[in-house]
Design a protein around this ligand. Structure first.
Ligand SMILES: [Zn+2]
Ligand SMILES: [Zn+2]
Length: 270
């Protein structure tokens, strides 16, 4: 049996154009998923009173187009889908972007609703005193950017307890230039530092199937560093991608020593 898809976006995420919560649930049932979590984007356009980092501004290339999450509308939509698809477990959630820099604003939002599956993610790094989306920075020196990304991700894990699952831990790899082969081993030390920190707080690592699929070796670094649970996430922004590549992803996780948990809704465990 396939595991839960713990990372799906619907029409309630600001960056979707072809998404539908209802159609995503229908798709999840079709492909045989036990559960789907709608982890809508939560990003902020300005620093709140308890947010920020001294000397850092929000640049124009940081999450352009961001809009606030309509919590009430979102939760009503989840309720409707629960009624319509009783055979599927529909889980609430959110994907908190840069949670270590928006502790105040994120805390307020988390208090506004029951969010069961909270993902933490990093889409931007500081460049010239401003937060800038990493996809805009890959042209010059991708390996250096990757190291900076993993360093910032380490800081994120260390300084934010607001999330349970670390999403797409090597996000820059998605926009990696074709001329340069991606070598996981070149960043082993940096990956391991992030994993060690995440494992220390007994949290969960996501296997993201929208990013290039990890090797079993990379996932075994997570185990070595004390990681005990993995979550699978398609990061679908359209219904057709719900549960995408889960067969391959679960093969990789099995090879690294992870197995289904106590019930079909649980994370996979080491
Ligand atoms: Zn993301
Ligand atoms: Zn996402």
């Amino acid at each position: 049996m396939l595991p839960a898809d713990n990372h799906v976006h619907s029409e309630w995420s600001w960056d979707t154009t072809a998404a539908s919560m209802r159609a995503s649930c229908r798709r999840a049932v079709e492909v045989g998923l036990p559960s789907v979590a709608f982890t809508e984007h939560v990003d902020f356009q300005r620093w709140g009173a308890a947010d920020g980092r001294p000397g850092v501004s929000l640049g124009p290339s940081y999450r352009p187009g961001v809009a606030p999450l309509d919590v009430e509308g979102y939760l009503a939509s989840v309720e409707e889908c629960r009624t319509r698809f009783p055979e599927l477990r529909v889980v609430t959630g959110l994907e908190a972007g840069e949670p270590h820099l928006f502790a105040g604003s994120l805390g307020e939002l988390l208090a506004a609703g029951p969010f069961e599956r909270v993902l933490g993610s990093l889409h931007a790094v500081v460049e010239g005193g401003a937060l800038v989306g990493v996809d805009r920075l890959l042209r010059v020196d991708p390996p250096t950017l990757m190291r900076r990304y993993l360093e910032e991700l380490h800081t994120l894990v260390e300084s934010s307890a607001a999330f349970e699952v670390l999403a797409h831990a090597d996000f820059p790899r998605r926009s990696w230039p074709a001329y340069l082969p991606f070598d996981e081993a070149a960043f082993e030390e940096e990956y391991r530092a992030v994993f060690r920190c995440l494992a220390t707080s007994a949290r969960v690592l996501e296997v993201n199937t929208r990013s290039p699929l990890w090797s079993a070796r990379l996932l075994s670094w997570w185990r070595d560093e004390g990681g005990r649970a993995v979550s699978f996430g398609s990061d679908a922004h359209q219904p057709a991608r719900v549960g995408a590549r889960f067969v391959s992803a679960t093969d990789v996780a099995s090879s690294a020593g992870f197995r289904p948990g106590r019930d079909p809704f649980d994370f996979w465990r080491a």
